[in-house]
Design a protein around this ligand. Structure first.
Ligand SMILES: NC(=O)c1ccc[n+]([C@@H]2O[C@H](COP(=O)([O-])OP(=O)(O)OC[C@H]3O[C@@H](n4cnc5c(N)ncnc54)[C@H](OP(=O)(O)O)[C@@H]3O)[C@@H](O)[C@H]2O)c1
Length: 245
């Protein structure tokens, strides 16, 4: 489904991003995997290469937004082009409202909001200049969260409200110009972000009695990366078992 596609995944070392990398590789896409730690990205890239696609790594802390344009250019150079940028990088806080500190707020917003904003900006600038003459110039997929529409008091939850606002606004602004922005909003998923405590259960009040698996998010990410989904833009697509919508 994705043969010929050149895709950059930001935040691909584990969890949802890792599952998306394997799903994209299985469908034949060439990949650049970005994240803060090359050591954790390398084995993911190796597994993708073993599936027969090209897979490269770039060390990038997405909060270092000054490097965003450079990362887009490097990804395109490595793969020969760039068609999809999937922004998955995200961090969560675990403190209660009454004890959240300013540094924690800044840490979350630096990655989840500032990182997403400038990653999208760099991707859009790349597409608008590199594919200037094409009708469809490129795609941006953002992993937000169902938190982005729920009452929330954590920096994480509020950061995802910002991401939803960004996706709605940006999709509208970019669609006319040939850049499609899509937003996947998962409910709880069985990754380190949710199951960080030893022995923490994946039980969840959903139809299947459990949280989603990263591969279930990846299945949607595959469809969204194809050209068959090019009319879908902006509004969050929830994968949460129908809860909290
Ligand atoms: N798990 C859930 O229940 C759930 C639900 C809704 C939405 N989400 C969202 O889905 C996305 C992925 O979450 P996950 O559950 O897979 O979390 P995870 O297992 O903690 O993985 C997070 C990924 O983001 C990368 N990352 C974190 N900070 C980064 C930074 N500053 N620069 C570049 N990469 C960074 C991490 O790599 P390094 O640490 O190696 O850099 C890792 O690959 C996040 O945006 C999260 O908010 C998760």
């Amino acid at each position: 489904m994705l043969k010929g596609k050149k895709i950059l995944i930001v935040g691909a070392s584990r969890g949802i991003g890792e599952a998306i990398a394997y799903a994209y590789a299985k469908e034949g896409a060439d990949l650049v995997l970005a994240g803060r730690n090359l050591e954790t990205l390398q084995p993911v890239a190796e597994t993708c290469r073993a599936m027969g696609v090209a897979a490269y790594t770039i060390e990038w802390d997405v909060a270092d937004v000054k490097r965003a344009d450079e990362v887009m250019a490097k990804a395109a150079e490595l793969m020969g082009d760039l068609h999809v940028v999937l922004h998955n990088a995200g961090v969560i806080d675990r403190e209660k409202f009454l004890s959240v500190r300013e540094e924690e707020w800044d840490r979350i917003f630096a990655v989840n909001v500032k990182g997403a904003y400038f990653c999208c900006q760099a991707a859009a600038n790349f597409y608008l200049s590199a594919h200037e003459n094409a009708d469809f110039k490129g795609k941006i997929i953002v992993i937000s969260s169902e938190c982005g529409h729920q009452p929330h008091i954590s920096p994480y939850g509020i950061s995802k409200w910002s991401v939803h606002g960004l996706c709605n606004g940006l999709a509208k602004a970019l669609f006319k110009r040939g850049v499609v922005l899509q937003n996947i909003a998962p409910g709880p998923v069985t990754t380190e972000m949710m199951l960080w405590e030893p022995g923490k259960s994946d039980a969840y009040n959903s139809a299947f009695g459990r949280m989603a698996h990263p591969e279930e998010i990846a299945d949607l990410a595959v469809f969204l990366a194809t050209d068959k989904s090019n009319r879908i833009a902006g509004m969050p697509i929830y994968i949460n078992g129908g809860l909290n919508t």
